[in-house]
Design a protein around this ligand. Structure first.
Ligand SMILES: *Cc1c(COP(=O)(O)O)cnc(C)c1O
Length: 468
């Protein structure tokens, strides 16, 4: 026991710690009370650990200060906070997938901060559908007859199957009974919709004749699912959407395509071998469904485009009320769609498309600029070394898994700090910087950096040296 007392006595004194300049800095940003409470809680935690024998050495003052600063920074950031995506993964699901365009942001802000004509027809002075704002834009841009939007693509598929094939057999290729990121499992959604799954073909090969053989009086729909997040190679075969369309016409069955990504324009020349929505629309599926926040580059939403009849059935289904999109998202989606009215300029306006298509030379210049900034800030004798490197970026978000976007980044190496520690320090800085580790070096990819991110990175490195 006396040992423990001895250790406890070595614990830094709260009052002494509160005089530290780093903590004084936070008393201005937060409050003196918050800082004092944080220190007390931390010291109390250590006290307990010492008494329980979990540790048998008191932490020194610097360690305690560092831990306090980390906690205070978390408090200062609050809940959902800005982070810098330096991973080079454009649609990073953990970091919120697509970044909205300027028009999308403005529209969402407007909808959030005041009253709007969300469900009001200004001409007639009466109630209107919230869908009307985006339906016309969607039909104009995609060439579909009608459209409806819901919460996300999972909701869209659920609503579609409910409305079109409840209690009926739904034909799906065995090779497409897949799980897409975040636990979207095709067989489970199907079951939830009250449709009866009829698997056709084999895992690697499904022919149109396999579908035809499976059609009975109880068949309600043909569903095709895009293998968004994986590729099958080798001895494979699948029925095309056009073939399925023909079959659907022959037996008077709706053809539904769960497309996922929502790429609005062909990017084949950028190494993105995904069919665009325009190409899909040529096959005239009854309904095509995709996410708002994947390659489409908008807010989280489930977008369904198709025939008047199919979309009417979806709109009239009671579930559509439960899955309806809220006003900020709807406004953001409208803004994103307006950008698409001019397909050429949309590639620049839509951050997702812009980040995917940006020229490699531009990325190299940006990487060199960032390297120079960091080198200058760190001086000659620092333990860290910065250099420019080629990197392989990705689209992410479970889209086009084999598409490699070749770009540039800054490599950070250190002969003192372990790279894992450095990664963590940056991740826990005031504005967290999310990086990748490659061959015992830290990589900052510049493709996914947004306006002001370079400064935030610089600041995070300075914070390490406690000069920020
Ligand atoms: C991503 C994806 C989904 C799920 O979409 P969410 O918008 O995340 O709900 C469903 N199907 C396919 C083919 C997908 O790619």
């Amino acid at each position: 026991m006396s040992d423990k007392k001895e250790i406890l006595r070595k614990l830094p004194k709260t009052d002494e710690m509160l005089q530290d300049e780093h903590l004084l800095f936070f008393t201005q940003k937060l409050s003196a009370r918050t800082v004092a409470d944080t220190v007390r809680n931390l010291v109390a935690d250590y006290r307990e650990k010492i008494l329980s024998g979990e540790i048998n050495e008191a932490p020194d003052k610097d360690t305690l200060i560092e831990e306090t600063v980390r906690t205070l920074r978390t408090l200062e950031r609050g809940g959902i906070c800005r982070v810098v995506n330096a991973t080079g993964i454009v649609l990073h699901t953990n970091l919120g997938r697509a970044v909205l365009s300027e028009r999308g942001v403005k529209a969402a802000d407007l909808a959030a901060s005041g009253y709007t004509n969300l469900e009001y027809d200004l001409e007639k002075g009466c109630r209107n559908s919230r869908q009307s704002h985006v339906e016309d834009l969607l039909t104009e841009i995609t060439g579909g007859e009608a459209a409806i939007v819901v919460n996300n693509n999972a909701a869209g598929v659920l609503l579609c199957l409910f409305a079109l094939a409840h209690g009926k057999n739904i034909l799906v290729s065995r090779g497409e009974l897949v799980e897409i990121g975040g636990g979207f499992r095709v067989p489970e959604i199907m079951e939830l919709s009250g449709g009866i799954l009829k698997e056709v073909g084999t895992t690697n090969r499904t022919r149109i004749s396999d579908y035809e053989k499976a059609i009975t009086e109880d068949t309600g729909a043909i569903l095709k699912v895009h293998k968004s997040n994986f590729k099958m190679v080798g001895f494979t075969e699948e029925a095309s959407l056009s073939e399925l369309r023909e079959l659907g016409d022959k037996y008077n069955l709706p053809v539904i395509y769960d497309y996922g990504g929502g790429l609005m324009t062909n990017l084949g020349n950028r190494g993105v071998r995904e069919q665009s929505l325009m190409e899909i629309m040529k096959a005239k599926p009854d309904v095509v469904l995709f996410s708002g926040d994947k390659l489409f580059g908008g807010p989280q939403a489930g977008i369904a485009v198709g025939t008047k009849e199919a979309i009417r059935k979806m709109s009239e289904h009671p579930l559509s009320r439960a899955l309806r999109l809220e006003k900020m998202t709807l406004a953001a989606l409208e803004g994103t769609l307006i950008d698409y009215l001019d397909m050429k300029s949309s590639i620049k306006m839509n951050p997702t498309l812009h980040m995917i298509t940006v020229e490699k030379d531009e990325l190299r210049l940006r990487a060199e600029h960032l390297k120079d900034m960091l080198t200058k800030a760190h001086g000659e004798n620092e333990e860290l070394a910065f250099s420019v490197t080629e990197v392989e970026d990705k689209i992410g978000g479970g889209a086009a898994p084999d598409a490699v976007l070749s770009g540039y980044g800054v490599v950070v190496t250190s002969d003192k700090t372990p790279i894992m520690t450095l990664e963590k320090e940056l991740r826990l800085s005031s504005v967290p910087i999310i990086t990748r580790i490659r061959e015992n070096a830290l990589v900052i990819s510049v493709r996914t950096l947004l306006k002001g991110d370079e400064e935030a990175i610089l600041c995070a490195f300075k914070e390490r040296l406690k000069t920020c």
